[in-house]
Ligand binder design. Structure first.
Ligand SMILES: Cc1cc2nc3c(=O)[nH]c(=O)nc-3n(C[C@H](O)[C@H](O)[C@H](O)COP(=O)(O)OP(=O)(O)OC[C@H]3O[C@@H](n4cnc5c(N)ncnc54)[C@H](O)[C@@H]3O)c2cc1C
Ligand SMILES: *[C@@H]1O[C@H](CO)[C@@H](O)[C@H](O)[C@H]1NC(C)=O
Ligand SMILES: *[C@@H]1O[C@H](CO)[C@@H](O)[C@H](O)[C@H]1NC(C)=O
Length: 514
């Protein structure tokens, strides 16, 4: 019998590669001189627990660590903040000393243009862990360093839940500011749709409250989809919900690549009747136990409801004769463990040589998917060093996402129902030829999976940096006009210009008055 537990297979392979490459240290921070008296001058302005961590500190590798080291930013100093005022002080100090600064929460972004950030100040938000369920039970105040696991484990005992990302290790703020997809989005909307208000440190170091009715309602619109361009969120007030149905049933399938066409034709039909409680994931990877040559198709279907409902939905998948299946039931609090995305999983470990190349699409374009699969398979064959690479086809339900008017937030992809991505895993550091092969392969696969569409949509938080602003923020001219107008208003000097391509200009290097 073939491998039934593909997420374990994947985990083992990735963990091995992560270990192989984990001896690579973060790049040496170059160029921009850090003011020599930063500890003396900034230190007293910070709260007692905050720390100024220079590259010479034994703590530096930990706070500078990122999920991937491919085109990563380099930091000349890390300010590990403990309070909102610490963030404001750090920003003001950076402005006065002409230091570029960049917030970091859980460090998972694979936006490759972050590599342009060389040697400035990182503002490390991980310790902004405030978590207070509000007395009305309808929202929680959560800090800019809170992660998906914190939300799940702290809400569960209170009988509450909310949308968070599907990997336990990823922050709420990072995904939420660019949209944010997760298992509960079909029921409650995106991560960004949960934001009721935010405390934001602006480029000037001023701290403001941003919500739907206040003085900064314009920014509230922009924050929800293009937020990284406008400020540093120190905390959110975020919607939460009663857990009405605690249990999720799930069914996993393994197929050989030969059924690809039938399978994705079927998936298009299933999409028509995909309940808001149901998620359809597939991934391709080489699994020699199933097929020594062609990538295996692994499917995970999750359903917030009883097995009988799920079986009704998956009956036609079973009819295609999978080579392996597995099913079970779990409370939501353990769902991400079942999926293989928990804090101990390989995807939550550092994956130093990983890059991600994505596209969002409205349905399965079967010939395009077949073309993508063929290119994936050919690339694996041609370059054994990249053999641990895999793909993801994420089919979250979208009912609650689409119930929110598209113009009401800066997130422009509500019509796209699927997130497609190739994850290239290159464990060999420093071979430029291999890097080039990997990059070309990834773009060829993206091109194939797009089916040649003229107006590509790409989810900002998966994007690489080669996308156009329209692709990330929407094609309606009013969207970019509005965003750029707000950018001029809130960040005229372009301090927040390392992530997201909103304005194609060099980040400003002007010095503020003392
Ligand atoms: C293993 C893995 C799983 C993922 N799972 C999901 C998922 O389920 N759903 C999903 O939607 N996405 C997911 N993503 C993509 C994820 O949304 C992005 O990688 C996102 O950038 C991660 O946020 P971070 O805090 O880890 O990133 P960082 O690398 O720390 O930050 C990314 C960018 O966001 C900015 N930023 C971070 N925090 C703040 C803040 N508080 N205020 C202002 N700006 C801030 C940073 O300045 C930086 O420009 C996943 C990525 C990985 C690697
Ligand atoms: C973050 O918080 C933890 C727990 O309170 C503390 O041990 C640590 O020193 C803080 N700062 C950093 C940089 O880790
Ligand atoms: C770099 O990778 C390419 C492609 O796999 C390979 O042909 C070449 O031998 C590698 N170079 C080194 C120095 O290992």
């Amino acid at each position: 019998m073939a491998s039934l537990n593909w997420s374990t297979t994947l985990s083992a392979a990735l963990l091995f590669l992560a270990k192989l490459a984990s001896c690579t240290a973060p790049p040496i921070p170059p160029h921009i001189p850090i003011p020599p008296h930063i500890e003396r001058d900034l230190g007293p302005l910070l709260s007692p627990g905050a720390r100024i961590i220079l590259p010479t500190s034994p703590d530096f590798p930990r706070v500078a660590s990122r999920w991937t080291d491919v085109d990563r930013p380099a930091y000349g100093v890390v300010i590990a903040v403990e309070t909102e005022d610490d963030v404001a002080q750090a920003v003001r100090y950076a402005n006065v000393h002409n230091l570029p600064f960049l917030a970091t929460s859980s460090g998972h972004s694979s936006w490759r243009r972050l590599a342009e950030f060389q040697g400035g100040m990182a503002i490390w938000l991980r310790n902004l862990t405030r978590f207070e369920i509000q007395p009305d039970g309808e929202s929680v105040v959560l800090g800019g360093g809170v992660r998906s696991i914190d939300v799940i484990t702290q809400l569960w005992p209170a009988g509450k839940q909310t949308t968070s990302g599907s990997c336990e290790c990823v922050s709420i703020a990072g995904p939420a500011l660019g949209g944010g997809h997760g298992m509960l989005q079909g029921q409650y909307g995106l991560l960004t749709d949960q934001i009721l208000s935010a405390r934001v440190v602006l480029a000037s170091g001023e701290v403001v409250t941003v919500d739907a009715d206040g003085e900064h309602a314009d920014l509230f619109w922009a924050l929800r989809g293009a937020g990284h361009n406008f400020g540093i969120v120190t905390e959110f007030r975020y919607r939460i919900y009663d857990v009405v149905k605690p249990d999720w049933s799930y069914e996993f399938f393994t197929f050989s690549g030969s059924v690809l066409e039938e399978l994705y034709t079927l998936f298009n039909q299933l999409m028509e009747r995909q309940p808001r409680e149901t998620i359809v994931w597939s991934t391709w990877m080489r699994d020699p136990k199933v097929d020594p040559v062609n990538p295996t198709i692994n499917i995970m279907i999750f359903h917030n409801g009883p097995t009988e409902e799920l079986s009704e939905f998956t009956k036609p998948i079973n009819a295609l004769k999978p080579v392996g299946t597995r099913m079970g039931v779990t409370p939501y609090s353990k769902l991400l463990t079942v999926a293989g995305f928990d804090i101990g999983s390989s995807v939550c470990h550092k994956m130093p040589g990983t890059s991600l190349v994505p596209i969002d699409v409205p349905n399965y374009n079967v010939p395009a998917i077949q073309d993508w699969y063929d290119k994936f398979s050919e690339g694996l064959e041609a370059e054994p060093s990249l053999a641990a690479s895999f793909t993801m086809l994420e089919g979250y339900s979208t009912q609650a996402v689409q119930a929110i008017p598209e113009e009401s937030t800066a997130f422009p992809h509500r019509g796209q129902k699927l997130l497609l991505a190739s994850l290239i895993i290159n464990p060999i550091v420093g071979n430029d030829t291999l890097d080039m092969i990997a990059a070309k392969w990834a773009e060829d696969m993206r091109s194939a999976s797009s089916g040649g569409t003229e107006k590509r949509h790409t989810y900002l938080n998966y994007a690489t940096g080669t996308e156009t602003a329209e692709e990330l923020y929407g094609y309606e001219p009013w969207r970019l006009e509005r965003l750029r107008g707000l950018k001029e208003k809130y960040d005229p000097k372009g301090k927040f210009s390392w992530y997201g391509n909103l304005v194609q200009k060099e980040p400003a290097r002007e010095v503020d008055e003392l």
